[in-house]
Ligand binder design. Structure first.
Ligand code: ADP
Length: 340
């Protein structure tokens, strides 16, 4: 580890957070310039919405979203219009502060006017989006999927999707949102960092039980219920590719500005964490993209009140070790040299 930067040439530079070192002249770096900025909630929303305007059917995997504060009036007007044209429409919205993570600052509302009451609109830019009220449930619980995607190259575009991922479970049985349960984070938000604090959170050494499981164990279960798992995978793959395509034009601008053609510099690759929610009808919906997904394979366990210890987490290990191993194999500089 070189916490204060380094100069020696290497084959692979593995940055912990983001692309920041302009003194790398060769080799490969595990981050793209501008990726952190591009996957922030507002920027990602803007990029996907631009594509939604051009190709509405192709990009219907992202909930209808508005950017606050600038689109607040538009949000109010559009919701009013939709309610007028369909009085039976009783939507819920989720407000997510830009740059937040781990469920930080997120809340649900029933009506646009509820945003003003919170008073946070001026202080913090946010994305507000339609809340998906009918997610697929397993054991009566809402869950989401974390998939690991390797962007190996921007030009030509090369994308690899890990065959297994994580499913992160809520810890309170799911009910469709009502004014009474809107605040119950353990019911509506699947974040591990929140649910770990619930007394219902189950750490399990098995990959197909507990509050964090492998995605493949969910697929097995769905397949045994007769679900078309092949179609689900192909929908997920297309969601991933289309999302990256939406980000590509601006990523290329960042790339050319940080690593101009003809100037010595590294090539880049990056592991992205895709957060996906399955709807009851098995349609995958994109929640967000993480530029710096956690690669921890341990979790904290409270031995006695206030005393914590790191213990191995078999589910994380099963998925993440494979992601890192396959990534290193794919970007293997020796392989490249041998091929040349
Ligand atoms: P964060 O970066 O803070 O984790 P997310 O966008 O991932 O923010 O949202 C946090 C959680 O909220 C998700 O894991 C998911 O459980 C829930 N969530 C987010 N957006 C929606 C949505 N549009 N519909 C239903 N649930 C959502």
């Amino acid at each position: 580890q070189f916490p204060f930067g380094r100069r020696l040439p290497c084959d692979i530079y593995w940055h912990g957070v983001s692309f920041h070192d302009n003194d790398i002249f060769s080799g490969q770096v595990n981050k793209f310039p501008g990726m952190t900025e591009m996957v922030r909630k507002i920027t990602l929303s803007r990029a996907v919405r631009t594509m939604q305007d051009l190709f509405p059917l192709e990009y219907n995997f992202y909930p209808r979203s508005w950017i606050l504060p600038e689109e607040f009036a538009l949000f109010v007007a559009e919701v009013r219009m939709m309610k007028d044209s369909d009085p039976s429409w009783k939507p819920t919205f989720i407000v997510k502060p830009d740059g937040g993570c781990q469920g930080d600052g997120i809340y649900l509302i029933k009506d646009p006017s509820d945003i003003r009451l919170s008073g946070s609109i001026q202080s913090r830019p946010a994305v507000v989006q339609e809340y998906i009220c009918k997610p697929l449930l397993v054991d009566k619980l809402k869950f989401d999927i974390r998939l690991y995607v390797l962007l190996k190259s921007l030009e030509p575009l090369e994308i690899y999707i890990a065959k297994d991922g994580l499913s992160r479970f809520c810890t309170e049985p799911y009910q469709e949102p009502t004014l009474k349960n809107l605040h119950q984070v353990f019911m509506h938000l699947t974040n591990y960092s929140l649910n770990i604090h619930s007394e219902n959170f189950i750490h399990s050494d098995s990959v197909n039980t507990g509050s964090k499981r492998t995605f493949s164990s969910i697929l097995c279960r769905l397949s045994s219920r007769g679900a078309d798992v092949k179609k689900l995978w192909s929908d997920i793959i297309s969601l991933v590719i289309k999302t990256i395509i939406a980000l590509t034009p601006e990523l290329k601008v960042y790339y050319q500005s940080d690593i101009p053609a003809g100037k010595p510099g590294p090539t880049c690759f990056q592991i992205l964490g895709f957060d996906i929610l399955l709807m009851k009808n098995l349609k995958p919906m994109l929640l967000e993209v993480n530029a710096n997904p956690s690669m921890r394979i341990e979790h904290e366990q409270e031995l006695s009140p206030g005393v914590f210890e790191n213990v191995p987490s078999p589910v994380d290990e099963e998925v993440k070790v494979a992601v890192i191993r396959d990534t290193l194999r794919l970007v293997d500089p020796q392989k490249k040299k041998r091929k040349d």
